[in-house]
Design a protein around this ligand. Structure first.
Ligand SMILES: Nc1ncnc2c1ncn2[C@@H]1O[C@H](COP(=O)(O)OP(=O)(O)OP(=O)(O)O)[C@@H](O)[C@H]1O
Length: 729
């Protein structure tokens, strides 16, 4: 029904759309029937497939003097699974273009550019690319220590410049004459950019100590300061908190409107496209452009695609006759493999309704984490716990918080509010963790009278942890299986303590994630190869026989994990492996710090399913059974606690019933304050209203939220509810 009313005849504009050029206009960039290659193509080299064969694309430049301003500015988003980054590189003049003159930058040859700054005639100067494949402050040249805690040390080295020095371009140890104060000489622009990107409070910090979101903001700001003519942003919003996304999107729009600079951004298929984007290109598999044109026409096409994606759910609902052309093209693309169910699902994911499930919060068992006034500071600057909480009817300084077995918590908070720092108090990756009033499993880090302290090795074995910092430091040379085995080792590279049970657990999880990691995965591979017939094990006792049988069977299916190195995986696949690593040892506490960032919707959903249900498949092919092999993972248990951080609502499973929101860093305009509480039943953080409430400033928050009182004690352990102040949202 939705479809019939929503589909408007304007969908047909798409078929007629060709990248056009107004006569009065000189294009900034023109690609006419260009085909691109990573290396110079030769007939003998099959490893060098063409990228975007016969690509056509025009980005408007300027209107020449006196011309009627007929064409409004175009703001492009390039959406797709992986080829989107290649496309941005092509736009910045990289990759070999055949024929060579198929790609040109006419606007850069105009007098206007020569008068403005002759250096801009060179494409590398005029076009800036900002990508974020290297996470963390290391991406902007921050110090990278040999160990995770290095990020939290506040030592400074000569090369560890401050944010202000970085923005000013004051990062050379031997600057050229005149550049001693930096390469940036436009003070006005610097001040505007600092305000726009909310960087004023962190100007004096060494770049190595920035949080992930702060690093991203600083990198985009730096690119803007270099005054390019065209700025290419690869997933600019990933890792930014929802408030920052809105703000930075607004700033980017202002810049793009003034062509200062022009903007093209690449987004993942499931990302929300900013309202001000006027043109969209959808890139499919095998570097093929599937759709290209004005936004309204693309939206209409996606509406038809949504129909295809949800056909089975919609039952007999048929498509109006006039839309069949788009439908047929979609089906042809699916058949050709340039479009697939995963990409289709991701592109239309936002059209799926959110189901209201009746989910209750687990009361929780014994406490596994107790914080009694945690306050972390560097010098005079308190970065966590700079507030008071009402505890047992008294106002107390610092963070007071308790997590019990079986509880699932989301830690929310703006970039730089201290989420990662908070988690590092639990994992003890932070040097200040030892001195803080934190009890883990009822024990302090340091010994107390009559109670030994809890050692780092015991902690590591009881906590499963995935984070961008672990990702940055994780050894690339390990195979996928070895990467998972490190969950049973004391350090990334020490010898893991393995046994048959643990091996089987690793194999089971590898099997479950085979579809996302094994390039040769086919469902039939699983079905056909589970057979004991070819595995003679004559001389073994019956019991060992059974165990080895299972082992050998699974080993066969998960052989891929011995062959593929962690470093050979895509960034998203590496994140999946680190997620698996956090769960494989069935730890008491699972900590997922932005664990799903960068994953496609399908990859993320498989991980979320594993958290909730383990290997229990939603729909299992009728002939695939785990005959001899029992299910070893059935989702997180009542004994395990989950603590996760994310800036994306869809990444938080419905089973998360508790939230904590950390306040904005000091000096932020319209700051958020500290709250924690429980989610009302029939809602989850995926519901826009609840999500909005969680991120609303204090006035709006108290209007939406309700104090949770003792009478509601059935939803919380009595002791906790009378001890702390809870807000249900
Ligand atoms: N040496 C230091 N001196 C002063 N401030 C520091 C230092 N190291 C870190 N900080 C600040 O500590 C704060 C907490 O950072 P943290 O990484 O915990 O934030 P986060 O909430 O995880 O952010 P994001 O959402 O961006 O990942 C940041 O504002 C950071 O700038």
């Amino acid at each position: 029904m939705l479809l019939r009313t929503k589909l408007r005849p304007r969908a047909f504009r798409l078929a007629a759309y060709r990248p056009t050029r107004f006569n009065s206009e000189i294009p900034f960039l023109r690609i006419q029937d260009g085909t691109f290659y990573k290396k110079y193509p030769t007939a003998e080299d099959p490893s060098n497939p063409p990228l975007f064969p016969n690509l056509n694309f025009t980005l408007p430049g300027i209107h020449i003097d006196g011309a009627v301003k007929a064409a409004p500015p175009q703001h492009w988003a390039i959406i797709g699974p992986s080829g989107r980054t290649d496309l941005l590189h092509i736009l910045r003049g990289q990759h070999i273009c055949i024929p060579p003159n198929a790609r040109s930058y006419p606007y850069l040859l105009t007098d206007e550019i020569a008068d403005k700054d002759p250096r801009l005639r060179v494409v590398e100067n005029a076009v800036q690319y900002v990508g974020f494949s290297g996470e963390g402050s290391g991406a902007i040249g921050g110090t990278r220590g040999a160990y995770l805690s290095a990020r939290y040390e506040s030592y400074r080295e000569e090369t560890d410049w401050t944010v202000l020095q970085y923005l000013r371009g004051q990062t050379s140890l031997n600057p050229m004459e005149g550049d001693e104060q930096g390469t940036l000489h436009d003070e006005n622009l610097l001040q505007q950019t600092i305000s726009g990107f909310d960087l004023r409070n962190i100007l004096d910090l060494p770049v190595s100590s920035l949080s992930n979101g702060q690093t991203r903001r600083a990198r985009i700001a730096k690119a803007v300061l270099s005054k390019p003519e065209l700025l290419l942003l690869d997933e600019p919003f990933m890792g930014l908190d929802p408030v920052a996304v809105k703000k930075i999107s607004g700033i980017l729009h202002e810049l793009a409107k003034r062509h200062a600079p022009r903007l093209v951004m690449a987004l993942r298929p499931q990302d929300k496209v900013p309202d001000w984007i006027t043109h969209i290109m959808v890139v499919g598999n095998s570097n093929k452009v599937l759709l290209q044109g004005p936004r309204a026409a693309i939206d209409d096409t996606l509406n038809v695609w949504s129909y295809v994606a949800n056909k089975s759910k919609r039952g007999g609902d048929s498509l109006p006759e006039q839309q069949t052309q788009i439908l047929k093209k979609c089906e042809a693309d699916l058949k050709a493999g340039v479009l697939d169910a995963e990409l289709l699902g991701d592109l239309v994911a936002h059209t799926n309704p959110i189901k209201s499930l009746e989910v209750y919060a687990s009361l929780g068992g014994e406490p596994v984490i107790d914080m009694e006034g945690v306050r972390v500071q560097y010098g005079d600057k308190v970065i966590l716990g700079d507030w008071q909480q009402k505890v047992k009817d008294e106002r107390k300084d610092g963070l007071h918080w308790r997590v019990r077995r079986g509880q699932r918590w989301a830690i929310l908070g703006p970039n730089g509010s201290g989420k990662t720092t908070l988690l590092s108090m639990i994992t003890s990756d932070h040097p200040q963790a030892y001195g803080q009033p934190v009890k883990l499993f009822g024990r302090s880090r340091l010994p107390e009278p009559g109670k030994p302290g809890i050692s780092i090795f015991e902690l590591q074995s009881r906590i499963g942890h995935s984070s961008p910092e672990i990702h940055a430091f994780f050894p690339r040379q390990l195979s996928i299986r070895q990467a998972l085995e490190t969950a049973f080792a004391e350090t990334f590279l020490s010898k893991p303590k393995l046994n048959i049970e643990r091996d089987l657990d690793i194999s089971a999880i590898l099997q479950y994630f085979g579809p996302l990691l094994d390039p040769n995965y086919t469902p039939s591979k699983v079905a056909n190869n589970i057979s004991t017939a070819r595995l003679p094990l004559p001389s073994l006792t019956k019991q060992t026989h059974v165990k080895l049988d299972k082992y050998a069977l699974l080993d066969h299916i998960v052989g891929y994990a011995d062959e593929i190195l962690f470093g050979e995986l895509t960034t998203a696949q590496q994140r999946i492996v680190l997620f698996m690593r956090a769960l494989v040892a069935k730890p008491d506490i699972v900590i997922l710090d932005e664990a799903f960032s960068g994953l496609s919707a399908a990859q993320r959903n498989r991980c979320l399913h594993f958290l909730d249900k383990g290997e229990r498949a939603k729909v299992r092919a009728s002939n695939v059974t785990r005959m001899e092999v029992d299910l070893r993972f059935s989702g997180l248990t009542e004994d395990q606690a989950l603590i996760m951080t994310s800036h994306v609502a869809e990444e938080i499973p419905d089973s998360v019933r508790y939230y904590m929101r950390l306040p904005s860093p000091a000096g932020t305009p319209n700051p958020l304050d500290f709250r924690f509480g429980i989610l009302q039943s029939k809602t989850s953080l995926r519901h826009p209203q609840t999500w909005e409430a969680a991120w609303s400033p204090p006035d709006a928050f108290v209007e939406h939220a309700r104090r949770t009182w003792r009478r509601k004690q059935h939803t919380l352990p009595v002791q906790d509810i009378s001890e702390f102040e809870w807000w249900s949202i």
